[in-house]
Design a protein around this ligand. Structure first.
Ligand SMILES: *[C@@H]1O[C@H](CO)[C@@H](O)[C@H](O)[C@H]1NC(C)=O
Ligand SMILES: *[C@@H]1O[C@H](CO)[C@@H](O)[C@H](O)[C@H]1NC(C)=O
Ligand SMILES: *[C@@H]1O[C@H](CO)[C@@H](O)[C@H](O)[C@H]1NC(C)=O
Ligand SMILES: *[C@@H]1O[C@H](CO)[C@@H](O)[C@H](O)[C@H]1NC(C)=O
Ligand SMILES: *[C@@H]1O[C@H](CO)[C@@H](O)[C@H](O)[C@H]1NC(C)=O
Ligand SMILES: *[C@@H]1O[C@H](CO)[C@@H](O)[C@H](O)[C@H]1NC(C)=O
Ligand SMILES: *[C@@H]1O[C@H](CO)[C@@H](O)[C@H](O)[C@H]1NC(C)=O
Ligand SMILES: *[C@@H]1O[C@H](CO)[C@@H](O)[C@H](O)[C@H]1NC(C)=O
Length: 590
């Protein structure tokens, strides 16, 4: 790398002779700019976002002013030197680099010798357990540095803020959003108020022909998306410079288990809400109804609540039938009220709920093909791109009107962040181990409980943990949906306590993490020398002592894989939280 620079420098040796000329030019520019300096540059602010009641609002003072005026960069003090500022613990820190250079697929800092730098290595990818540290190139004086930049490398500049992260599984919208975009946005929130403005995304993603998450990234940021692989190809011997680039989010992913079992930043930085609100705004929606203290705000007791059961690949044919029967029972009650068979609202036995069964892949944008629009060969992209809805927008439109969201685990859980304040998410559960339905081994699996506990504006309900292995039962579903309706209309208080948004096994984990810190570190600290199967934790597997959590572990290609923890403690906690052990033999009870 530095060899390349040296070569470049040598090749350009002749130009150094002309350096005095170059410097004169620079000085002229600087002086000219100095006289322009008094004209104030009006900040380009996304009004709607600033109008929101952000708890970060009072932090928008000095930083905000400095930030908004700097975009035009007609600044006497503008420097070409790389600077860096980092926030967070060393393990999960995010860094904001200014004037970060890029050449030959490598981030490069240009600094004046002796300049102290903070620890600035960052994790950029949720599933690559090593840190990124930009290369450094030092100059004796700032004048040397400036000359190198202006006269030698002449970089192409990426103005404004860029957000960088990698996400190899972006074909799956759940990973694309919550192992890639969301944690990166948390990093951006740490450098408030940048998270409220448009930014560019530099995405480490694979080449993919049908990954519509790329468009979600692009719209969410607002300034488009650069693919890292493309930049790498084009940066061979060519220099680029990022005005500002934020990175460092790989340990804040959705799959990054935390001791408190919360989606990183969801509660402590209000990031779930900020992410949700920006997602709606960037896709052309008005702000959601705000509920601050209670789910009852802006509701009446005889409102018809809208509940949606989201299809899940884990549902069996029987499960689907039971769910349908439950929907019928609830809806017929609601319709009978509407048709005046019950005519005294005070005497309502149950909340009025309209339940619909949906498949996300069937939710399509309205597409009025009768209107033809003019296109030309010069269009930078479809002229209706900014105007028409796409299918993701159609999904968001549905999500924002849900009062009750019902689905099994997996990708289906990943949209609950987009629910509005004071709604309920029912995790109807699934079965693990995979395909163990109907066997004595089957146990209840809720998987992504951390999504619910990290979303303090919704309340999570769970299918009874000791019942789910029998398959989904109509009566339980009816009970859960009615309970959801009841608590919404009684007014559950907001924000919801994160721990109360966990199922019994999730609560068990949080307690266990507090008491067995060695175990806790081994499942929450993602480092390259950690056994991956221990980090790849699903709480239900631990609780039922399956595979890597089984006594003696399991053999994988002749390798013995097991993760250490205090088994006595786990067994005691299982009793405390009333979870029936399903470790393969129903007769055996530990
Ligand atoms: C330029 O830097 C000097 C010294 O750090 C400072 O006093 C001055 O306010 C800065 N000017 C601008 C326009 O930022
Ligand atoms: C970063 O890590 C520290 C402890 O190492 C933790 O307290 C904090 O919550 C983490 N921040 C985020 C946003 O995840
Ligand atoms: C409405 O309520 C009254 C008395 O409360 C009752 O007599 C009547 O049958 C009810 N039903 C309808 C359909 O009006
Ligand atoms: C129930 O929801 C469906 C689907 O959204 C809608 O078509 C129907 O009109 C709703 N019924 C009532 C009574 O609100
Ligand atoms: C809308 O319909 C047109 C013509 O039928 C089609 O080419 C286009 O891809 C559709 N757009 C969307 C977003 O479905
Ligand atoms: C794995 O290793 C442990 C000791 O570390 C041993 O007790 C256990 O029997 C081994 N399991 C298998 C499946 O070989
Ligand atoms: C394991 O947990 C039990 C129950 O909490 C405790 O008594 C015991 O000391 C723990 N063992 C170790 C090795 O920490
Ligand atoms: C289940 O019980 C049978 C018979 O008692 C035994 O052979 C088998 O090893 C047990 N399986 C597990 C996973 O404990």
């Amino acid at each position: 790398m530095s060899k390349v620079i040296r070569k470049l420098f040598r090749d350009n040796f002749l130009r150094r002779i002309f350096a005095p000329i170059c410097i004169t030019i620079i000085l002229t520019i600087i002086l000219k700019n100095a006289t322009l300096k008094t004209t104030t540059t009006k900040p380009i602010v996304l009004d709607a976002l600033l109008k929101q009641n952000s708890p970060l609002e009072n932090e928008l003072s000095d930083e905000s002013i400095k930030y908004t005026t700097k975009s035009a960069r007609i600044d006497l003090n503008a420097t070409l030197e790389t600077t860096v500022r980092c926030v967070g613990s060393v393990y999960n820190q995010s860094c904001l680099f200014e004037n970060l250079y890029y050449v030959d697929s490598t981030f490069t800092m240009l600094i004046v010798k002796g300049k102290p730098l903070p620890e600035h290595s960052v994790r950029t990818d949720a599933f690559i357990f090593s840190n990124l540290t930009p290369n450094k190139r030092e100059f004796d004086t700032y004048v040397d540095l400036q000359q190198f930049v202006r006269c030698v490398i002449q970089p192409k500049r990426f103005p404004y803020v860029t957000l960088h992260f990698g996400q190899p599984w972006h074909h799956n919208i759940g990973h694309a959003l919550f192992d890639g975009l969301y944690p990166a946005y948390v990093a951006m929130i740490r450098f408030t108020p940048r998270h409220l403005y448009p930014f560019r995304i530099l995405a480490g993603i694979d080449t993919c022909n049908d990954c519509w998450s790329e468009d979600v990234y692009s719209r969410f940021g607002g300034l488009g998306i650069i693919k890292h692989s493309v930049l790498n190809k084009l940066s061979s011997g060519r220099w680029y410079v990022f005005d500002e680039i934020v990175m460092g989010s790989g340990t804040m992913c959705q799959r990054c288990t935390r001791p408190d079992l919360q989606l990183a930043g969801g509660v402590e930085l209000d990031a779930s809400r900020l992410f949700r609100d920006r997602m709606y705004q960037q896709h052309g929606f008005l702000p959601l109804t705000c509920r601050y203290k209670s789910s009852l705000e802006h509701r009446k007791s005889n409102d018809i609540l809208r509940a949606y059961v989201v299809d899940n690949k884990r549902f069996t044919l029987d499960d689907r039938k039971e769910i349908n029967d439950a929907i019928e029972e609830i809806n017929s009650y609601t319709y009978s009220y509407i048709h005046k068979m019950i005519n005294n609202s005070n005497k309502l036995q149950w909340p009025l709920i309209n339940v619909t069964y949906i498949h996300y892949q069937w939710i399509k944008a309205n597409n009025d093909s009768s209107i033809s629009t003019d296109t030309t060969a010069m269009d930078s992209r479809s002229p209706t791109y900014e105007i028409n809805d796409n299918n993701f927008i159609a999904q968001l439109k549905l999500l924002r009107q849900m009062d009750i969201h019902i689905t099994g685990p997996g990708t289906g859980q990943m949209y609950q962040t987009f629910l509005s304040d004071g709604s309920v998410s029912i995790n109807i559960g699934g079965i693990r181990p995979w395909a163990a339905e109907g066997t004595p081994k089957a146990y209840t699996s809720f998987l992504e409980q951390h999504m619910t506990s990290g979303t303090p504006y919704i309340k999570g309900l769970y299918y009874p943990i000791n019942e789910r292995q029998k398959g989904i039962r109509k009566d339980e579903v009816v009970k859960l949906i009615r309970q959801a309706g009841k608590i919404i209309l009684q007014g559950f208080s907001l924000p919801v306590n994160p721990r109360e948004n966990l199922a019994p096994d999730g609560q068990l984990f949080v307690e266990m993490c507090g008491k067995d810190t060695k175990f806790c570190d081994s499942v929450t600290i993602r480092t390259a020398n950690q056994l991956y199967v221990c980090i790849d934790l699903w709480i239900e597997d631990l609780v039922h002592e399956e595979r890597q959590w089984k006594e003696g572990g399991y053999l994988d290609n002749g390798r013995n894989l097991s993760c250490p923890f205090n088994r006595t403690l786990l067994r005691g906690l299982r009793k405390k939280y009333g979870i029936k052990y399903r470790g393969g033999n129903s007769s055996k009870s530990i």
